[in-house]
Ligand binder design. Structure first.
Ligand SMILES: *[C@@H]1O[C@H](CO)[C@@H](O)[C@H](O)[C@H]1NC(C)=O
Ligand SMILES: *[C@@H]1O[C@H](CO)[C@@H](O)[C@H](O)[C@H]1NC(C)=O
Ligand SMILES: *[C@@H]1O[C@H](CO)[C@@H](O)[C@H](O)[C@H]1NC(C)=O
Length: 300
């Protein structure tokens, strides 16, 4: 008991320091500009889940609307809701999907399965409104930890069968929390890497002692490929140590009959490269291409 309080106190201190540092480093980033801010019901009485809403262009709006639920990157710890604002707007601009960018709960205050439950709750809310949202076109997308929530919920939720999800789009998703980050290698190891101790810290926040990291709700690498939804777009970066493990998951799913799996590895791109891509660089081109691929994937 005392040990677990000490452990929490230690993680909380580190998380607070890291959040402050990241906020400082990212102070110049553009603010999101959603069309509306919603507060959606959760399974806990009285607790609401915040989401930014992006509408398609007036001429592309339909009722009910196809819907994309997006989940930001965070390492499960960093409060980065809104960091995908440009992507969400791009999808709304270029498809007939309404986009809901969801703020899920973070660790160490709310470890696994809090974020997983928030994703389930938002999907259940969307399905409860068939006049507003087209229940046949419910897609998920996510970045990093948000990608890993997208793939784990769409393949391992006991409340939501995989057929619930028409499309799943993953940007630089980790797929294996079981392997130690220090042992992971990127296809191209010349880029900037997330230090292994930071990854390890994120995992420790999300996964308290006693949680089996091979649980498919945590590490999709251990999910049966049959459980992954049929339509999957996986974007990886060749300088990202998570590239191989997610490509492995996607390749296993692609080998099954009747699957539409697209895997695209971007060159000279590291983890979360799109968030800092400077105008005119190869990384900015890769960002545009990746967002365009996502929009096309939703429409086919
Ligand atoms: C979305 O469309 C608006 C209006 O045409 C435009 O100003 C904006 O730059 C577009 N945003 C993105 C991210 O494509
Ligand atoms: C989810 O993200 C964590 C943290 O980066 C990662 O270690 C884990 O393998 C991911 N799980 C899945 C199912 O992708
Ligand atoms: C949305 O766009 C897709 C692809 O263009 C199209 O098949 C679908 O019919 C559109 N939905 C509506 C309701 O217009």
């Amino acid at each position: 008991m005392v040990l677990s309080y000490l452990r929490y106190f230690w993680l909380k201190c580190l998380a607070t320091a890291l959040r402050t540092l990241v906020r400082f480093l990212q102070r110049g980033r553009p603010r999101p500009n959603p069309d509306d801010v919603l507060h959606l019901p959760s399974r806990d009485t009285g607790r609401l889940i915040k989401a930014h809403l992006y509408h398609p262009r007036a001429e592309s709006r339909t009722k009910p609307s196809p819907i994309l639920l997006n989940f930001h990157g965070s390492g499960f710890v960093l409060p980065a809701h809104g960091s995908d604002g440009e992507y969400c707007r791009f999808i709304a601009n270029n498809t007939n999907y309404t986009v809901l960018d969801v703020q899920y709960r973070l660790a160490p205050e709310y470890p696994f399965p809090a974020a997983f439950h928030d994703v389930e709750d938002v999907v259940k809310h969307v399905l409860s409104q068939p006049d507003v949202y087209d229940a046949k076109r419910v897609a998920l997308s996510g970045f990093s930890a948000g990608a890993n929530l997208s793939v784990t919920v769409s393949s391992s939720s006991s409340l939501l069968p995989r057929e619930t999800f028409s499309k799943v789009i993953l940007f630089y998703s980790p797929a294996d929390l079981h392997q130690d980050p220090a042992e992971k290698k990127a296809p191209d190891n010349t880029g900037k890497q997330i230090p292994a101790f930071i990854s390890r810290f994120f995992h420790n926040c999300y996964l308290p002692p006693g949680v089996d990291r091979r649980d498919p709700r945590i590490s999709p690498l251990y999910a049966a490929p049959e459980t992954i939804p049929n339509n999957l777009l996986v974007i990886t970066g060749d300088q990202d140590p998570f590239a191989f493990e997610m490509e492995e998951v996607a390749n296993k799913a692609a080998a099954l009959p009747g699957r539409n799996v697209v895997i695209k590895r971007m060159e000279k791109c590291t983890h979360a490269w799109d968030k800092d891509a400077k105008e005119g660089t190869i990384q900015a081109q890769a960002k545009d291409e990746a967002y365009r691929l996502a929009a096309e994937f939703l429409l086919v």
